[in-house]
Design a protein around this ligand. Structure first.
Ligand SMILES: C[S@@+](CC[C@H](N)C(=O)[O-])C[C@H]1O[C@@H](n2cnc3c(N)ncnc32)[C@H](O)[C@@H]1O
Length: 179
């Protein structure tokens, strides 16, 4: 899925600048760079950005919220949101998708991975034993596609796979192109 995102983004000829939004510890940056893209990592958590900078010093990482991105209009060839949109309550989703659409050039791509389910909120974090809990929404693929389409992206591909190991629910994947 990410390989397809990289290939289509390069083929679009809109440059190589992409953002990995909700990048966590930055594990996707080396992969995206190896496939020819120039990724910048963004995460709401200063602790995650500290770890990403420590573990991947060759890349740029910044603290920011997907609902208020520090990038100019139509400044990116694409965005990746890998398991990072599922923490948004329904009220926060329109602002997030509006921002994603604002920063991507027409013809650029959005790739997202998410936990697929019934859309109900669940309590996450308990299984880590770290004493940190948070709300997480297992979005239905239809809801994800509705949000993406509402922001001006057209679906190129979507798919999923059954839960593996401790995942607890199927995983959804959506690739869309900005109109
Ligand atoms: C499950 S982790 C995924 C990290 C990374 N994408 C990966 O696949 O390894 C989700 C990340 O999304 C970040 N996140 C959650 N809400 C966010 C928001 N509103 N804006 C930016 N990042 C957010 C969290 O801080 C966390 O690092």
């Amino acid at each position: 899925m990410l390989g397809l995102f990289c290939d289509l983004t390069l083929a679009a000829g809109l440059g190589t600048c992409v953002a990995d939004i909700g990048c966590g510890p930055g594990r996707l940056e080396p992969y995206l760079a190896a496939r020819g893209l120039s990724p910048r990592g963004i995460d709401l958590s200063p602790q995650m950005i500290r770890v990403a900078r420590r573990d991947h010093p060759g890349f740029a990482f910044d603290v920011a919220d997907v609902r208020d991105l520090p990038m100019g209009d139509a400044s990116l060839a694409g965005v990746v949101c890998w398991y990072s949109l599922m923490y948004l309550a329904p009220s926060g989703r329109p602002a997030a998708f509006r921002e994603l659409a604002r920063v991507v050039k027409p013809g650029g791509y959005l790739a997202t991975a998410f936990k697929a389910g019934d859309g109900q909120v669940r309590r996450g974090g308990r299984s880590t034993g770290l004493g940190v809990e948070f709300d997480v929404y297992w979005l239905s693929p239809e809801e994800m596609e509705r949000q993406v389409a509402g922001a001006g992206f057209a679906t190129v591909f979507w798919g999923g796979r059954p839960a593996e190991g401790q995942e607890g629910c199927p995983q959804g994947f959506l690739l869309a192109q900005k109109s």
